[in-house]
Ligand binder design. Structure first.
Ligand code: FAD
Length: 386
């Protein structure tokens, strides 16, 4: 073991990216006694994004960080996750949630605006430990310490790096060369609008309307069921820009789903002209690269996946827990990063594969392997302090 880092608690850990995974890992490691600084390219905290599912495996982590109440207050606990045939409306599979989620999976299932999840996680990060407007431009790990270079010209030394810098991770690029994530050949139209604009259409809490190659997901974003959200996924041959999303023409979306169930067509018909975005769905092949001896990748930097199981953020949070546990157990970075990679590979491979296949809950499904997973108690030692 490298004596310099025998007690990781004294080492300087840099987290790149104050997104979902970065905020979570910083908060967890700070609680475990680590000196963690987060470097984020944006100038200030600006929570963004559409709707997101917080499945019970993710909610357990928020509960551990004691920030779960925020999303419970802001979001909605759907009564059930309904899966219907996209054309006939026939029920394919209904998963009871609400109270039943607590009983079956040990934590609630919540639908909420992504920004509220981000707000909750950021509230757990030590004040003053995030450096804003710091876009990582280069990283040199050849010496005794690691040197981070930012595009404002500044440089910082640290002892270990956690790359939580998302889909187009520059840390990953520095380690492996610039490999673009792969466009999956699928896009999703996403948008939200107020309940009144549904014009009397009765909408269940959470429904996935399935077709062979397309689906529409519909749910409420808030406890009072005031804000309605949809995501409509379909194949598309190519995506010509690096940006993940662009404003969309709702008529293109309505045309693409014109053969869907009348209720779905009404939901999409009421979408506002401005306010629908088209998102490209990217992934990386599932031979995960977790980093090197003093640099580790988590979340989308490591394993971006298609969002068909709504597990991207959940996997980033599970990573954050498992990495912190590995560090607390190992006391040095290299063995900790190795045991973290070992502990995550099987689960990530499974979730990545089932997400890509888009089969989860299409018919009778035992969801416990996904939602019942407890990163805080899963095999790996030791457990984190409460
Ligand atoms: P991010 O949250 O993307 O954070 C990366 C951070 O790094 C950002 O703040 C960024 O500004 C910063 N950064 C990037 N480069 C640099 C740099 N060079 N220097 C400094 N900072 C940098 N997941 C779910 O769990 N449930 C869902 O319902 C769900 N729905 C989804 C729907 C769609 C259409 C899509 C596309 C994704 C969905 N996801 C969902 C996935 C989820 O949003 C991501 O998996 C999650 O945000 C990954 O977290 P992360 O921390 O790895 O990356």
């Amino acid at each position: 073991m490298n004596s310099k880092h025998d007690t990781c608690g004294g080492a300087r850990v840099a987290v790149i990216g104050a997104g979902i995974g970065g905020a979570a890992v910083a908060a967890l490691m700070q609680r475990a006694g680590y000196k963690v600084t987060v470097y984020e390219q944006y100038e200030r905290f600006a929570p963004a994004g559409g709707g997101i599912h917080l499945s019970p495996n993710l909610m357990r982590v928020l509960r551990h960080l004691d920030v779960h109440r925020h999303v419970l207050l802001k979001g909605q606990e759907p009564c059930a996750f309904l899966n219907r045939d996209g054309t006939s409306g026939e029920m394919l599979f209904a998963l009871s949630l609400g109270e039943s989620a607590h009983r079956q999976f040990g934590a609630p299932f919540v639908a909420v605006r992504r920004g509220e999840l981000h707000t909750a996680l950021m509230s757990a990060v030590t004040p003053g430990s995030v450096r804003w407007a710091k876009r990582l431009a280069g990283i040199d790990w050849g010496g005794e310490t690691i040197v981070l270079g930012f595009d404002d010209g500044s440089r910082v030394e640290c002892d270990a790096v956690i790359a939580a810098d998302g889909l187009r991770s520059s840390v990953r690029g520095a380690l492996r060369g610039r490999e673009q994530p792969v466009f999956s050949g699928q896009v999703a139209f996403r948008g939200s609008y107020p309940r009144e604009d549904l014009r009397g259409l009765a909408v269940d809490d959470l429904t996935k309307w399935w077709d062979a190659e397309r689906f529409v997901l519909s749910y409420w974003l808030d406890r009072a069921r005031r804000d309605f959200y949809f995501a409509a996924m379909m194949p598309q041959a190519s995506w010509s820009t690096e940006a993940s999303s662009m404003p969309a023409d709702p008529d293109e979306m309505r045309h693409a789903f014109r053969d869907f169930h009348p209720d779905v067509k009404r939901m999409l018909a009421h979408a506002p002209r401005a306010g629908v975005a088209k998102w490209a769905l990217f992934e990386r092949p599932p031979h995960f690269e977790f980093g090197t001896s003093r640099i580790v990748l988590i979340g989308d930097a490591c394993h971006p996946m298609r969002p068909f199981m709504s597990q991207g953020a959940a996997m980033a949070l599970e990573d954050a827990v498992m990495l912190t546990r590995a560090l607390v157990g190992a006391g040095d970075f290299e063995p900790a990063f190795r045991s973290f990679a070992q502990a995550r590979r099987k689960r990530l491979t499974q979730v990545h594969r089932v997400s890509a296949a888009n089969t989860f809950m299409r018919g009778e499904t035992d969801a416990r392997w996904v939602f019942g997973y407890d990163a805080l108690g899963a095999q790996a030692s030791p457990r984190l302090p409460a």
